[in-house]
Design a protein around this ligand. Structure first.
Ligand code: F6P
Length: 532
């Protein structure tokens, strides 16, 4: 188990250090705390650690066995011990002809075959040689899935979609029929492909939506050839076939839901964006894998990003983090990270089942810049809790560089958070703008910014399939490193189970027309009220 003694001492020592003072104390700070790899540049020099604190974090990673754990991950060992599974999403994006092994079983040939199958099918749909039941080419895809079977492909589509796609792609996740109704609006069953994505093919929301889509297709299409409109993507192909998917694309149980966007889970994107775009994204992720495996810890991007978070959460007691992508195309990144990080590391027991004694995953939230600035950034700047920020910056968000690039706002936010503004400065500004002394005194504390608030910048020149792949893989490995240091299993998600079971019991009460005797008074009251 991780030894936190030196880390705690360093965090106590650094607690009152000012970030802005550290640049003079360590003239190499920006270079020391910067990493460039796979088309991304990370600047961690605005984190609230001194050089010594930073070095202590690296020691923490070493002592926690990050390097050995990384070898076990890439070696396909059963690192998801509570489910007895390997965790091998890097195998999905490896160069063709690789030799990945999951629990002793070679998997790369199968991965390559599914990739080739997807590419062939996508090409056929895109060219119009694969048609629907009435011979018309497909013009739209409805992707049905939830959680990991939704969020990854959604990020990818938003990030890379052309403004006027030749094949439109719509997503349905929510069991609320409104979601499906919105997605189907304006679509013609004759030219619509429904892709049902579920690792387990048992998820209630997805199956309910798939039934609705099936009924919609049945109402608008002849029976002959209708099955060409209804595709399954799953790790349980027998269940998908039983459900009515004549054609399925499979992946294995060593692909975790929130790590599955590199698999057939992204079939809809492969079709709508084209196989070449998908392959380029895989190549970007593979470049990040190579970096993660080979770079020394002190220059390892996922490791440094993880250590910054651990420093904030466990060292400085900051249990939240905001992520602000400064590119509209990355607007779903915060939602993707919420699942990736909070489902992976929102855990309260160690790998051996003993209770954790420290904080694990922080609350992750965010909005694209600059929208978030005009909403919750007030609290980030002046609230009493310190919320570390992460700015994902795209240098060129348009073909023509605008005069006031979006990224200028990200730089300003990072600066403002670090520098702040003293009450004296605020007072002087008020006086300079014509306020009298009494007015300046009255307003100065309201206009004071404490500063010394940490942030990280992740910069890419352009949002391309390659940089997107690298970015998402960076966050995956960061999440893994945190799990190793916290000594938790990042790859199970038992915490979602209880609610699923109780939802079934509540549905029984709904069918019975009233609460069962064992229901607690609050829930019984709500149920009665909602039944009307
Ligand atoms: O309920 C949580 C979860 O199991 C996620 O981990 C998963 O990504 C999501 O549900 C969807 O699961 P499935 O792909 O099996 O439908």
């Amino acid at each position: 188990m991780t030894d936190w003694t030196a880390f705690e001492a360093a965090a106590a020592r650094d607690a009152d250090a000012r970030i802005v003072d550290q640049f003079a104390a360590d003239p190499d700070r920006v270079a020391r705390m910067g990493v460039e790899t796979a088309g991304l540049y990370l600047d961690l020099s605005k984190q609230a650690w001194t050089r010594e604190g930073f070095e202590t974090c690296l020691d923490l990673a070493r002592s926690a066995g990050v390097e050995a754990a990384r070898t076990r991950l890439f070696g396909g060992e059963a690192i998801n011990a509570t489910e007895g599974r390997a965790v091998l999403h890097p195998a999905l994006r490896a160069t063709k002809g690789s030799n990945y092994i999951a629990l002793g079983e070679p998997v790369s040939a199968e991965v390559d075959a599914v990739r080739a199958d997807m590419a062939a099918y996508a090409t056929a749909v895109r060219s119009g040689s694969e048609t629907g039941a009435t011979g018309k080419p497909f013009k739209a895809i409805v992707h049905i899935g939830i959680g990991g079977s939704d969020l990854g492909p959604r990020v990818v589509w938003d990030a890379l979609r052309p403004l006027e796609p030749s094949i439109d792609l719509r997503f349905v996740a929510n069991i609320d029929p409104r979601d499906m109704a919105e997605a189907l609006t304006g679509l013609d069953p004759e030219t619509t492909l429904v892709v049902v994505v579920s690792k387990t093919f048992t998820t209630q929301e997805t199956l309910a939506n798939a039934e609705a889509a099936k009924a919609w297709l049945a109402a608008g299409l002849p029976e002959a050839g209708r099955d060409k409109h209804f595709i399954g993507v799953t790790a349980a192909p027998d269940k998908a076939v039983a459900f009515g998917c004549a054609r399925t694309f499979a992946f294995r149980d060593w692909v975790g839901g929130r790590y599955s966007l590199w698999s057939a889970v992204s079939l809809s994107c492969v079709i709508a964006l084209g196989p070449d775009v998908f392959e380029a994204m895989l190549a970007g992720a593979a470049a990040m894998d190579d970096h993660f495996v080979s770079a020394p810890l002190e220059k390892n991007a996922p490791v440094l990003l993880a250590l910054a978070q651990i420093w904030n959460v466990d060292g400085l007691n900051r249990p939240a983090r905001t992520v602000a992508p400064y590119a509209h195309a990355l607007r779903r990144l915060p939602a993707f990270l919420q699942q990736l990080e909070m489902e992976s590391n929102g855990k309260r027991v160690h790998r051996d089942g003993s209770a954790v004694t420290r904080q694990t995953c922080p609350v992750v939230f965010g909005e694209p810049g600059t929208n978030g600035q005009h909403a919750f950034f007030q609290q980030i700047h002046q609230g009493p809790q310190v919320v570390p920020a992460e700015f994902v910056i795209v240098a060129k968000t348009h073909e023509d560089a605008p005069e006031s690039p979006l990224w200028s706002n990200a730089l300003a936010q990072g600066q403002a958070l670090m520098l702040g503004k003293t009450t004296e400065q605020a007072r002087a500004e008020l006086l300079a703008s014509g306020a009298d002394a009494a007015e300046a005194d009255r307003l100065a504390t309201h206009k004071t910014f404490p500063g010394n608030r940490p942030s990280t910048a992740i910069v890419m020149e352009r949002l391309t399939p390659e940089t997107l792949g690298a970015l998402l893989a960076l966050y995956e490995h960061k999440t893994f490193v945190e799990g190793v240091v916290w000594d938790i299993n990042s790859f199970d998600q038992w915490g979602v189970e209880l609610g699923k079971v109780l939802a079934k019991a509540i549905l029984k009460d709904v069918a019975a027309g009233g609460p069962s005797a064992e229901l607690d008074p609050s829930t019984a009251g709500l149920l009665t009220r909602l039944l009307g």
